[in-house]
Design a protein around this ligand. Structure first.
Ligand SMILES: *Cc1c(COP(=O)(O)O)cnc(C)c1O
Length: 361
């Protein structure tokens, strides 16, 4: 008997490199490293969330039944959405998995942006489905083009639109989302992991008006809780009921739920985070020598060609700046640089310019 499924078509997720890993490898002090590889919040967690985490400790012997629903209600209120349409998950990634469980049967597909976030395809393949992709083209700044997406569409059950997109920073419009939803049969899943950094209106109202648009959000980026794994979705009625049937019981831990509540209430931390991200992406696009793409997120994609992104990232690491080599996204001559603190961002720009000038001189 084969103890495992045939997983030969599957690959492990490639995360951005961590501080401890890089410090150990190069004999550097972790405190001297600027980690700008995973689009995390450079300001740390919201103080209100930190406080909530301490308070949560004494209650962790009980399952978070009422707490889960209370936090869901608070998220719903913040979104001005009915609580029945809001679902929580272990990160937005957990929301993608659970929606997949409700939607995909063996052999069903998801359609994803390329270059884009790799977990959509991983999640689909985990469930016996397949991934196919529509291109975002470098020539037009990686813009979303509804017509091209609809033309590429071939019966997939879920069509992902990541806006702003990781790693390109491209945003979309609600008109594009609607045109795609009108043109395909599946569910259009708008991943708003970076929405807080953009100035576009949210697609949440579309998920409430239509039965074929869903939205995912996360506490990992603007809310500064990446380590706690909390995300949420706004789903049309039927999909939300289906979600509740297939979700893992107690899929978000109580400490994470308390922290999410704290983060939701910390407007000041969020405002500062967003202001910093906007400053940082403008600063990088003005000051970086390698060409950059316009970003609506908390990161910037820079084109270091003719240099090899892997080599540039490795040299930057030796110099204490960790960035994301986007080869695994299909962009072997680009690096993605997260906005850090003002000091970290300035230092990153200096180091990147140095490495780029040495390499292209
Ligand atoms: C970071 C990120 C997420 C969120 O992941 P979590 O599981 O919530 O931490 C989702 N989509 C994209 C495109 C991301 O970059």
């Amino acid at each position: 008997m084969n103890l495992l499924r045939d997983l030969s078509a599957l690959e492990e997720y490639v995360p951005g490199r961590g501080v401890d890993e890089v410090a150990r490898e190069h004999g550097l002090d972790p405190d001297d490293l600027a980690k700008l590889a995973s689009n995390e919040n450079p300001l740390g967690p919201p103080p209100a969330a930190e406080e909530a985490i301490h308070e949560a400790a004494e209650g962790v012997n009980v399952y978070p039944t009422a707490l889960h629903n209370d936090v869901r209600d608070e998220v719903a209120e913040a979104l001005d959405a009915p609580a029945e349409n809001v679902v929580l998950g272990p990160g937005a990634d957990g929301v993608f998995d659970t929606v997949g469980r409700a939607v995909l049967e063996d052999g069903d597909g998801v359609l994803t942006p390329e270059p884009g976030f790799s977990y959509y395809g991983m999640s689909a393949r985990n469930l016996g489905g397949y991934e196919s992709s529509y291109p975002l083209r470098d020539g037009d700044g990686f813009e979303y083009d509804a017509e091209r997406i609809v033309d590429t569409y071939d019966g997939e059950k879920v069509v992902y639109i990541t806006a702003p997109n990781n790693p390109t920073g491209t945003d979309t419009t609600l008109e594009t989302v609607e045109r795609v939803a009108d043109g395909v049969e599946g569910i259009v899943f708008v991943d708003e992991a970076y929405w807080e950094f953009s100035d576009r209106p949210t697609a949440v109202p579309l998920a409430l008006e239509r039965d074929d648009v869903a939205v995912a959000r996360t506490f990992s980026k603007a809310y500064g809780l990446a380590g706690l794994r909390v995300g949420y979705g706004v789903l049309p009625d039927k999909l939300a009921s289906a979600y509740r049937k297939v979700v893992t019981p107690f899929c978000v831990g109580s400490v994470s739920l308390y922290a999410a509540r704290g983060a939701l209430g910390d407007d000041e931390h969020r405002r500062e985070t967003i202001e910093l991200a906007r400053w940082g992406r403008d600063y990088m696009s003005e000051e970086l020598e390698p060409p950059t793409y316009e970003s609506h997120g908390n990161f910037v994609l820079a084109d270091v060609s003719p240099m090899d992104a892997g080599e540039v990232a490795a040299e930057l690491e030796r110099r204490g700046v960790i960035v994301r080599d986007t080869t695994s996204f299909g962009l072997p001559s680009c690096i993605r640089v997260s906005v850090g603190t003002r000091d970290e961002t300035r230092r990153a720009v200096e180091e990147i310019n140095y490495v780029y000038e040495e390499g292209t001189a």
